[in-house]
Write a protein that binds this ligand. Structure first.
Ligand SMILES: Nc1nc2c(ncn2[C@@H]2O[C@H](COP(=O)(O)OP(=O)(O)OP(=O)(O)O)[C@@H](O)[C@H]2O)c(=O)[nH]1
Ligand SMILES: [Mg+2]
Length: 629
């Protein structure tokens, strides 16, 4: 890795202070004359109108700063990620680019579910982690939190600070003296470093080298302390990061796409992390499709900078390819500098698919605006890997499909910023399914067009509830292939809306006898379909239970409002899993409910608690954790 590039990601739960911390880093580096404020809507990182008005981050934003330590200049790409779980696809995309993670923990609200979720992801990806206990200006009670951090990782945690008083903090790496009680842990993880330490002329230097290597090798996690708001501990943390050189694995590709954005000045841009150096005019291959990059850009505090050359292991943006073929570039896709060799099969990318089951129906206010609405929706979907759009075949309405209510809400506000009121929001719902609930039964499905026997069609079968959520159809009798295809397609088509319009799950059919019409012509195919459709409708009628995704919630609120919120939750058939009381006079309430029952809950709760309660919602889209409605 180039010795002076650092790609840092800032991760944490909602409101832990990521954006404020990032602004402070931009300020410390000289990139800003004063740090922006989330409250005043003046930050570099939260610039979308919805980010400013709600005071939350929605997208992962990057900025590059130059940071000088003595004579050496470091180029630091910093990525500020959103804390709301509705936007966690943004966190996953940021993880494609970062080499070092700063995990903020707000000492006034402790370890929360997002902290646990992101910790697991960072460990899985073997990204070195630094913990920063934030908002120390509010309280210096950190012992309880440090104890709780123990359960967060199996990796050894080592403090790098000592708190003397509210106004005095000592950063041990900057001290000449050695605090053996704390600092011996920096080398004890390795026999080699322990040997070196006891033989060293300059043992402090060995301790710090041991600490750095321990972090780079994911054997140690240092704990910093400070405040992004007042700046305590921020420059110490930044300087320490510059002294780390994380190991970068060589990849079989030359760059990875990690973000797409409709930029206010540049239009559609794509961000890549590079693994080799590149320069303007270079051609990059997506599979075997070439694309010439005329200019590279880096986002810097206050604007955009055009750059001729991009070093290996850095981050850069370029104008996104337009057109049908190249528009298929997805976040997580790999790019190469050379075309594939003959016979070479290239993997395109490896970004996870996200569960999306919150659906908002939209339609143009006037028919003449339909094309423009479609264009704008597609643009917003293009930017956001957590969003999809489809057309409702029966009504021609658009279905915008997202990861949560807040996610859809801000996506619609984004549409409004382009279209104002030229479209209408119809219903919002959560996808639900019918899960078949029948006993094994031998059935006969038949269809007669008239009295004429030679036009009738009969299927004999066994229908049962499958052990999984899968639908399946098997044939234990010989069947001509066209007929088989037509039975199968009718079966899957009707199941896609058999449960009162919703998809039906878990139905397994074994066909063991077929008596086709005596006369075989084009009618026989449609007759088979009619028989299958009618048979399934009959079978399914009221024989299913409706299931839907489950949402886990975590609510942080003042002790005095717990009763109020619990009674609101009970009305929505929520299950409370636990409550935890924090030193800061606040309680965390954890539980779950059917996602559908929680629609509208966040805003109702905010109104009733006058904004004093904050909620984090994580919907579990894995089908085996769905619950009955
Ligand atoms: N006292 C104090 N307040 C802070 C500190 N850092 C952030 N805040 C406040 O905490 C609130 C949330 O800060 P943000 O920086 O928006 O938090 P975030 O983690 O970026 O939030 P999301 O992006 O929505 O997840 C704001 O009101 C900040 O002013 C800090 O170090 N001390
Ligand atoms: Mg933020």
């Amino acid at each position: 890795m180039n010795n002076n590039i650092r790609n840092i990601g800032i991760f944490a739960h909602i409101d832990a202070g990521k954006t404020t911390f990032t602004e402070r880093i931009l300020y410390e580096s000289g990139g800003l004359s004063s740090p922006g404020s989330v409250e005043d809507g003046t930050t570099e990182m939260d610039t979308l109108p919805e980010e400013i008005s709600r005071g939350i981050s929605i997208t992962a934003s990057t900025s590059m700063i130059k940071y000088k330590i003595k004579q050496k200049t470091f180029y630091i790409n910093i990525i500020d990620t959103p804390g709301h779980l509705d936007f966690h696809s943004q966190v996953d995309s940021a993880l494609l680019a970062v080499d070092i993670a700063i995990l903020l923990i707000d000492i006034t609200s402790g370890i929360r579910s997002q902290t646990e979720l992101i910790s697991k992801k960072l460990i899985d990806k073997k990204i070195p982690i630094l913990i920063f206990l934030n908002k120390i200006d509010k309280s210096i009670e950190v012992n309880e939190i440090i104890k709780n951090i123990e359960n967060l990782f199996t990796i050894k945690k080592v403090p790098v600070f000592k708190i003397i008083s509210k106004d005095e903090f000592i950063f041990l790496p900057l001290q000449k003296e050695i605090d053996e009680e704390i600092e011996l842990a920096y080398i004890e993880w390795s026999n080699e470093w322990t040997d070196k330490y006891f033989k060293a002329k300059d043992p402090k230097k060995v301790l710090l080298s041991g600490l750095r290597e321990g972090i780079q090798e994911s054997k140690l996690i240092p704990i910093f302390v400070g405040s992004g708001l007042t700046g305590i501990g921020v420059s110490e943390c930044l300087q320490f990061i510059c002294s780390l050189t994380p190991k970068i694995e060589k990849k079989p590709y030359d760059a990875i796409l990690f973000k797409k954005q409709i930029h206010p000045y540049l239009g559609r841009i794509s961000y890549i992390k590079t693994f080799i150096s590149m320069r303007e005019g270079d051609v990059l291959f997506h599979g075997d499709v070439p694309y010439r990059i005329t200019h590279f850009y880096t986002i810097i505090p206050g604007g955009v900078q055009e750059v001729r050359e991009i070093e290996a292991f850095s981050i850069a943006a370029f104008l996104s390819p337009e057109g049908n073929e190249t528009d298929t570039w997805q976040i997580g896709d790999f790019l190469w500098k050379n075309p594939p060799e003959e016979g070479e099969k290239r993997e395109i990318g490896s970004f996870p698919k996200f569960g999306k089951e919150f659906i908002q129906i939209l339609e143009p206010e006037k028919e003449k605006d339909r094309l423009e609405l479609e264009h704008v929706i597609k643009g917003v979907v293009w930017e956001d890997p957590g969003l999809d759009v489809s057309l409702k075949a029966d009504t021609g309405q658009f279905q915008m499909i997202g990861m949560g209510e807040l996610h859809l809400d801000v996506s619609i506000k984004r549409l409004e910023s382009f279209l104002q009121d030229r479209f209408t929001k119809k219903n919002l719902y959560v996808a639900s399914y019918g899960l078949i609930n029948i006993k094994n039964s031998n059935l006969i499905w038949e269809h007669h067009t008239s009295d004429l026997k030679y036009y009738s069609f009969t299927l004999e079968l066994v229908a049962s509830k499958s052990t999984t959520f899968e639908n399946s159809i098997t044939f234990s009798t010989k069947v001509q292939s066209m007929l088989k295809l037509s039975i199968e397609s009718a079966y899957f088509e009707i199941l896609s809306h058999a449960a009162d319009g919703s998809p039906l799950l878990g139905l397994s059919i074994e066909i063991n006898k077929i008596i086709p019409p005596k006369i075989e012509n084009e009618h026989s195919i449609s007759l088979t379909k009619v028989a299958v459709v009618a048979g399934i409708k009959n079978l399914v009628r009221n024989q299913f239970k409706r299931i839907s995704s489950k949402t886990n919630f975590e609510i942080l609120l003042p002790h005095s409002q717990v009763g109020l919120v619990i009674s609101m939750l009970q009305k929505r058939s929520a299950k409370i899993h636990g409550m935890e009381s924090l030193d800061s006079n606040k309680t965390i309430v954890k539980g779950s409910a059917a996602s559908e029952h929680l629609l509208g809950f966040t805003s109702a709760m905010r109104n009733l608690t006058q904004g004093k309660a904050s909620i984090s919602l994580l919907t579990d889209f894995s089908i085996d954790s769905y619950s009955e409605l």
